[in-house]
Design a protein around this ligand. Structure first.
Ligand code: PBG
Ligand code: ZN
Length: 301
């Protein structure tokens, strides 16, 4: 593993002077933009060069359509612009999804019961355009709506953002391993679950179909998520699509399994994390999206 394999996720909030440690995700913080810039001074010294930004919105500003996700000058657009201004060499990836911005916590529009796939696509595309115009290098749609990569690609091209890349969440299973993230992002669904738009983990072959669809729609990078419990899927996707850069998302739950075991004295944290992350890379992942990125970059110095 090298420092260039890693992508560090960050959670951004409105305000100034905020660096708030998260209870659900130990070792991870909510940062206001000014504090994030300070944090990145340390991060970039290690040589780590890729970050993934998630916006966390105050409850009172959420609505049924997730308007703040794609409002002009939205939180993540401002964060991306500030980061690129301060650290032009950093690759800034932004999350494209509505769940952190909707009052019902679903990843798209709903009719109160179902998530409305096609009605959601223009909103995801609009969100991607605001981030791309602000300077995001890569947009990463995690909403799991069919056709989202194609809709975003078309909108980016039309907005003269043809150089902005797309990292598709090609293979994203409906998983119990996202719970700490949902608390951190305040994005848990208020009713039902995400099984109508995320994948069934009993199914392996669908991973290849979903990846092929994302490539066809114009994805530049594909992804498997979760990672540690899905090494078989990572290996199959890499074997079938060796030409595509493949990211694996070592999710919040997978991170906390190691963290909690280490805190209870059952294992050495960094050695265990190193072994598991190496396995994810060995299975075929090119990029490791992990909350351990920062810690690793520091010890790989
Ligand atoms: C939201 C999103 C989730 C994650 C990334 N984007 C949670 C979910 O789908 O409910 C999970 C990340 C993690 O667990 O670290 N679309
Ligand atoms: Zn979502």
């Amino acid at each position: 593993m090298t420092v260039k394999d890693f992508v560090q996720p960050y959670f951004v909030v409105e305000g100034a002077g905020i660096k708030h440690a998260l209870k659900s995700l130990a070792g991870v913080w909510h940062f206001s933009i000014d504090e994030l810039l300070k944090e990145l001074a340390r991060l970039t010294e290690t040589g780590l060069d890729k970050i993934l930004l998630f916006g966390v919105l105050e409850k009172e500003r959420k609505d049924a359509r997730g308007s703040q996700a794609y409002a002009p000058n939205n939180l993540v657009a401002r964060a991306a612009a500030a980061v690129k201004r301060a650290y032009p060499a950093l690759t800034v990836i932004t999350d494209i999804c509505l769940c952190g911005y909707t009052d019902h916590g679903h990843c798209g529009l709903t009719d109160g019961q179902n998530v409305l796939n096609d009605e959601t696509l223009p909103l995801l595309a609009a969100m991607a355009v605001t981030h791309a115009r602000a300077g995001a290098d890569i947009v990463a749609p995690s909403a799991m709506q069919d056709g989202q990569v194609a809709a975003i690609r078309a909108a980016l091209n039309k907005a003269a953002c043809a150089r902005t890349k797309i990292m598709g969440y090609s293979v994203k299973y409906a998983s119990s391993l996202y719970s700490p993230f949902r608390e951190a992002a305040q994005s848990a669904p208020a009713f039902g679950d995400r099984r109508s738009y995320q994948m069934d983990y009993r199914n392996a072959s669908q991973a290849l179909l979903e990846t092929a669809a994302d490539i066809e729609e114009g994805a530049d990078i594909v992804m498997v998520k979760p990672a540690h419990a899905y090494l078989d899927i990572i290996q199959r996707v890499k074997a079938r699509f060796p030409q595509m850069p493949l990211a694996a998302y070592h999710t919040s739950g997978e991170y906390m399994l190691i963290k909690a075991a280490a805190q209870a004295g059952f294992c050495d944290e960094l050695q265990t994390a190193r072994e598991i992350l190496t396995a994810i890379k060995r299975a075929g992942a090119d990029w490791l999206i992990t909350y351990y990125a920062r810690a690793f970059a520091e010890c790989l110095l």
